[in-house]
Each structure stands twice: as C-alpha cells, then as structure tokens.
Design a protein around this ligand. Sequence first.
Ligand SMILES: *Cc1c(COP(=O)(O)O)cnc(C)c1O
Ligand SMILES: [Zn+2]
Length: 373
Amino acid sequence: MDNFVCPKCRREYALDDPVWRCGCGSPLDIRFHPRFPRREIRLTRPGMWRYRAAIPIRRDNNIISFHEGFTPLLPLAFGRRSALVKLDYSFPTGSFKDRGASVLVSKIKELGIKKVVIDSSGNAGAAVAAYCARAGIKCEVFLPAGTPLGKIAQIRAYGARLRQIPGTREDTARAALTAAAGTYYASHYWNPFFFQGTKTFAYEVCEQLGWQAPDSVVLPCGNGTLVLGADLGFRDLQSAKIIRHLPRIIAVQTARCAPIYQAYRGGSPFVPRISGRPTLAEGIAIAEPLRAASVLRVVGETGGAILAVTENEIKEALRNMAERGFFIEPTAAATIAGLIRYLKRSEKMETVVSVLTGHGLKSAEKIDRILHG
Ligand SMILES: *Cc1c(COP(=O)(O)O)cnc(C)c1O
Ligand SMILES: [Zn+2]
C-alpha cells in the first residue's frame, strides 16, 4: 500500500489525506513503490517526469510541469582531480527547488487545494510560487527581511503574496507555521511530497552514468531537501536492483551556521541549538533543521561525511566558477567549496558527482559586491 508513514509513532495516512505532518507532531515520510520501466523511460522526452512511474501522483492531468529537468551532467576539472557537476541552476526558476515544487504542486492540484503557504530563504518560495502560478493556485510566501532583491522580485512577479518577517530564518518559519494552520503548508522541508521531486536528481545521475551509481555525491545541506531526496532516489534504484551500492553522501554546510556538522563532529545524534551568524550562503543557513537526524543517519549509513566551509572558501569557489563561465549564486558556491575540499582527499578513480544549485542572476548585486566590492 502507498501511504504516509510517521517515522516516530508509526501511524499511517492515505496519500489523499491533505496532511503535511503527523498528529503526534512529527514530519511524515511517504511509502511508495516506484517502478522503472527502462525502455519506456528511454523513449520519453528528457525531463524529470520521464520517471513518471516512480512519482506518486495519481492522474497525469494533475501534473504541473515546464518540461523541466534532466539537467546536463558536465565534467569539470578542479586542480588534478575532476568531478561531474549537474547543472541544476538551469531550471525554470533558477534552482533545483523546481524538482520538489513540480511534484508538490502537482499533488496540491490533485488534492483540489486552492491556496498554500510556504516559508523560504528565497528559492523554494520562488519555485513554489512559479508552479502555483502555472496551476492557478494562490500562494503566500514568508521570507526573512534582508532576502536578496532578485529573489523577492521573482516571487512577486509570479503573483505570490509576499510577507517579509524581521528577525531570524526561524522567526520566518514560525510565522508561516501559524499562517499554515488555516490553510495548506507547502513547505519544502515539512512536506514529504517535495522530497518525491528532489529524488529525481539521483535517478537522472544514475541514468546519465548508464544506470550506475557514482561513488560519492557532494551536496549542499541546510534543511537537506537535496541530501535526503537524493538518498531516497538512490535507495529506490537499489531496491529495484538497478544499482548495487549507495553512493557516499557528502553534505556541505556553511561554517557560519553548521548545526548538523557540529553534531557529526562531536559524534552525537543530537543537533545542538545554535544561533547562525550571517553568511554569504544564506540559502543553507538553517539553524534548526527539521530533519537533521535523518541527514546524520544518511551520512552515517552511506559512509559519507559532513563538511563546513568558510566564507573565504565560498568566495574563492564563486570566483573560480565565474572565471570559467558559471554564474552561480553564493549559496551554490558553498557546495563547490566543499567539492574542492573533498576532491583533495578522494581516491583517483572515484566517480564524484556534485551540483550547481542556484543561478547567479538571483543575487547579481551581492555577487558583484563579493567579487569587486
Ligand atoms: C535550497 C538551496 C540549497 C540547500 O537546500 P536544503 O534543502 O536547505 O539543504 C542549496 N543551494 C540553493 C541555491 C538552494 O536554493
Ligand atoms: Zn506520529
């Protein structure tokens, strides 16, 4: 049976139930049996919906899509090593969050919901706002005051209602949770349908490698929507006996706000309460990540690691990529900083995959200040 399952109290809910968290307060997981008809997949147009049989949406006419995904997997050299980098900054709204938004908003349409609430540091809000615009669903986006203007302008342009909340990223989350009480919470980290979209990252990588898993993947980690989504995708392919081993998951945090890294380094399953400091990588500055315990489990089970990169490393990665023609936002440069560090200790024959998560045009003024200020 396909269901929501609560990992804490084991309670189950039908997937047609408009719940986004368990009655016990825990976030929910989705239990679903994906299929991978490889011949059909090969004959379908490139895009994330080529894995239609692995995505829990019932009716095709509920799918909200821009024919996005199947982003290029490009080899890039860093010093003496190289990695394959997935160009997820080329999604319609300029970040990988479109993977999650496409599936989540399709589900929202399927449920017949007409209005949703989301909070975000910018990109998830932009992605959900765009897909809601395409679906004709009303959307209210809560953002921290001080979000780069490019992201604000983008969200406003899609016709979403904007609410800028003073204080920390967590204050914004609390304001959205309160507002969500009366409507549906389309949160990228609470709502498990979002992860049913980000998992397509793993499907695409494996198909692009000839239905093989890479050895390691280096991914950003704030809330962990890509870390946990990718892991879910790799596990689906392993259960389907398409790949044999799970890749090591290397999660990259910013040293200015690294609660999961701190728990990992201390060998503790408990994530400390921290207050994050301002960072160039505002998109991964999450002081209280909801699914931190799952991130620690995934990193441990795959033999991966968690890295925390400095502001200087982020700046250098941003410059390095820009000079090679990749205009990415500072948050995306943090992952590349982690990749550069990881490649120094990787093995010679190791297949390492990473990602460009967000487009530079979202933060153009900020980037100009960093590189030329
Ligand atoms: C959302 C985002 C991340 C990190 O995703 P999490 O789900 O918070 O781990 C990384 N880079 C960019 C550009 C993002 O928008
Ligand atoms: Zn529960």
